[in-house]
Design a protein around this ligand. Structure first.
Ligand SMILES: [Zn+2]
Length: 492
């Protein structure tokens, strides 16, 4: 039988198109599958809340389904109550005294959380409300009988959050209401202990498991939220670490759908909002390509009043209002990088901030490398700047008789914000830049991609990161990492 050549070519072209379509559908299904699996392994938090714009209070009813994933029987379940860091008399307040003027637009203001009731299934009356921790930062719920491994329990909480007048993760200003970390969230139980940490003005004092969220908020303001809008005021999210909302009567917004992800930009004052949205879209595309596909359907960037540059939450990032353009973009890029480093690939930010901050800074460098239109500096100049800044910092530390201490430590053990930033952001980024000098850019890129896909929806630890990178690169890297982390390598 003889087949005409044009027929063969046409057949081949159609076959290729079908094959490409199948590959695209399969890769979409694969990313849906990893999220579905992560959601199945995550507990549910349901919140019904109402915001009172006059009193600046949030009253909420919350149900937490808690599954005991440890091997121990648990006589009580513990919750972080981050909102209590904003109360008067907090030992570990969210701002340093030198930042108070900037943080409090109308003078010092306090907030806090009041737990009205805690109830357990089948109980006619509530259980006692026990507030514990180094700084009243933990709610302990005693159970009638210990929760055995693999058993689940529904815990019902009713509480009121009083917001402080503060430009922080949680608080209100004249233009916005920031609702970050407002709700009680189960403390991770690990190694026979509840991993609770007090708040810190340094860094992000969070170490949280993935949860599924179903949050309904009644309020008379516009809402920018984590998750997907299912009806007015109600949002659902699967397998994210921290749920947040920002409210304002002045929001304008733009949305662009990219590869099935709705990228939203809520802004207050931005003369070039489409450029900001484009920066978010480019960040999403770049990091999806470099690390692992962004698994969620939404990504929201929200411009708000915030003391620091920005803050990362699940599917949502804060960007501080009033930043000049280059810094504004840099914050968008850095915070979106956190969707991977801390979000999809979790870590203990209270203990090992260098992992997520170092990788977010290094990812920002990679972003500029792949999108040079966003930077006035090239890669080599950026690395040189970071290196010389760190060298200056190290000289100042040595001049006053100090030492370059370990990078891997509790947030509250950093003596100043300066020390925290240099030891986690700058030194963290330089660690990966030096690794490139040792192994080459391609090998480091491949190793990070392999690590991201291996550790997605779980936790990165120092040990897991080093072991994974050694396996990918087939190079012994432990001494290299440890010289950085312990401070032996001073980079000067
Ligand atoms: Zn960061």
């Amino acid at each position: 039988m003889k087949i005409r050549k044009s027929y063969v070519l046409k057949f081949l072209a159609i076959s290729c198109a079908v094959l490409l379509l199948i590959v695209a559908v399969l890769s979409l299904m694969a990313s849906d599958n990893v999220l579905t699996k992560a959601a199945r392994n995550s507990d549910m938090i349901t919140i019904n809340a109402k915001y009172d714009s006059e009193a600046k209070t949030l009253t909420a009813m919350q149900t937490v389904r808690y599954k005991n994933r440890s091997n121990d029987a648990l006589p009580h379940i513990k919750f972080h109550i981050y909102a209590n860091a904003y109360r008067e008399g907090a030992k570990f307040p969210p701002v340093t005294s030198s930042d108070e003027e900037k943080a409090f637009p109308n003078g010092k203001s306090y907030g806090g959380i009041h737990i009205n009731e805690v109830r357990l299934p089948l109980a006619q009356v509530g259980v006692p409300v026990l507030i514990e921790g180094d700084d009243k930062n933990v709610l302990s719920v005693p159970l009638f009988q210990p929760l055995r491994p693999n058993q689940s329990i529904d815990i019902f909480l009713e509480y009121t959050v009083q917001l402080a007048n503060i430009a922080h993760r949680l608080g209100w200003t004249d233009d916005v209401v920031n609702l970050g970390n407002f709700y009680p969230v189960p403390v991770i139980y690990e190694g026979g202990q509840w991993q609770a940490y007090p708040y810190s003005f340094n860094g992000d004092p969070f170490y949280n498991a993935l949860h599924n969220f179903d949050v309904t908020l009644q309020c008379d303001l516009m809402i920018a939220s984590s998750g997907t809008l299912v009806r007015e005021g109600r949002y659902k999210a699967s397998a994210i670490r921290d749920f947040a909302m920002v409210l304002s009567k002045s929001f304008k917004s733009l949305t662009r759908v990219v590869s099935g992800v709705a990228v939203n930009y809520f802004y207050l004052t931005d003369e070039r909002p489409t450029e900001s949205l484009q920066c978010a879209v480019d960040s999403l595309k770049t990091f999806s390509k470099l690390f692992t596909k962004y698994p969620y359907k939404q990504l929201t960037v929200v411009q708000t009043d915030f003391l620091h540059g920005g803050m990362e939450y699940g599917e949502l990032v804060y960007v501080s209002n009033g930043l000049e353009r280059d810094l504004h973009n840099q914050v968008i890029i850095h915070e979106i990088a956190h969707q991977w480093w801390y979000g999809i690939i979790g870590n203990n930010q209270a203990r090992s901030a260098w992992i997520d901050e170092g990788l977010a800074e290094y990812s920002t460098l990679l972003f500029y490398d792949h999108n040079p239109q966003y930077s006035r500096f090239n890669r080599a100049e950026m690395i040189d700047n970071a290196r010389s800044n760190f060298a200056t910092y190290a000289k100042v530390v040595q001049a006053v008789g100090g030492t370059i201490d370990t990078m891997n430590r509790d947030l509250n053990s950093f003596r100043s914000t300066h020390e925290y930033v240099y030891m986690t952001y700058v030194r963290g980024m330089l660690l990966f830049c030096d690794l490139e000098m040792l192994l080459g850019q391609d090998l480091v890129a491949g190793a990070l991609r392999a690590f991201a896909s291996e550790a997605q929806f779980s936790f990165a630890t120092q040990d897991k990161l080093i072991t994974s990178m050694e396996k990918s690169t087939r190079v012994s890297l432990r001494t290299f990492f440890e010289s950085f982390l312990t401070g032996v390598n001073t980079l000067t």
